[in-house]
Design a protein around this ligand. Sequence first.
Ligand code: CTP
Length: 398
Amino acid sequence: MQLKGKKILVGITASIAAYKIPILVRLLKKEGAEIQVIMTEASRDFVSQLTLATLSGNPAYYLPFNPTDGTWNSHVEFGRWADLILIAPCSASTLSKMAQGNSNNLLITTYLSAKCPVYFAPAMDLDMFAHPSTKKNIDTLISYGNHLIDSQTGELASGLCGAGRMEEPEKILEIIIHHFKKKNDFAGKKILITAGPTYESIDPVRFIGNFSSGRMGYAIAHEFANRGAEVTLISGPSSQKVSHHNIQRLGVQSAQQMFEACRNLFDQSDIAVMSAAVADFKPKNVPKVKIKKEDGLNRIELEPTVDILKTLGSLKKRQILIGFALETSNELENAQKKLQSKNCDAIVLNSLQDAGAGFQHDTNKISIIDKSLNKTDYPLKSKAEVATDICDFILTMI
Ligand code: CTP
């Protein structure tokens, strides 16, 4: 019972994904949570009030007062009662009302009255989700400190395929459990993280890059932010999103740009985690115009990029510096060499030989090697769980 005694207010809005919420309510109840459901009027076309009242063990409200006896369903009390508000599914209309403070129903007045953390799980069709107003509203809510449970890509009720599916109930449960386990153990710490690939220009339209998605670095950034840290995430080109107001994302393209951003911030950082897959070489001469096919191209002359981690290692004073090593052979030996030559305090090793580890996976399998060359092995886990392990490890070093 990982949610015993936790008071969770579940807000349901008009989206087809509302049919999954009774399952979520059951899952939350099984973990011991107390549930209060508040619906929007239109959501009752998608899921029954009776089902939700029965499964939650409390009346499911949608009106600000009770029409039979005129008693008030106090949004102030609901807002103060909750330890956490979860709005799932969160329709485009509710997103917009939350962003604007447009309090024309019980759910929004409750949301505005609440002092507790708010999670929201958008669910809508492809083009609605892709609309700039939706994106802007999501960003606004994140800037208010609300937590996004991002939509997933897949088949949508319309038959279209793409982003906009509500996250699955089992995953939402996991996120909520994780929220209550969370500690504030990095409060006041300034963290510098690099993530994603770098692109090194060949000419104005072509580049040398790599397959890094940035997922691991973004997961580490979110874990630190969830634990109270102030995070600056220096990201190479990546489709990953930031969904925490404690993360400042600086987008860069080349190794040189990533280096300059890191150098500027390293001094004021307490911890730096270099998870980016930085290109080791870049084209030596980059023409200002596109290389034409007829002119032929037999070779591209390369020169080394700056080694960001190594440079920070040489500048290090009080900072804790964590490197990554992605290896395909002689893993341990290579990782140990990198740890020492780059003056890291620890290095996270992932081997491309492990199934499910490395680039483009949702999972990773790591070992962490400390300065005394002690190695701790971890099993294959989701990148979010790996991020927790990495932060827990760093905590032991503070
Ligand atoms: N790194 C860096 N700057 C570079 C290259 C790598 O900061 N120009 C960092 C990575 O972010 C990572 C660590 O160095 O934290 C190791 O990166 P990796 O690519 O595994 O090793 P390299 O030093 O590039 O060596 P090799 O490619 O030969 O394995």
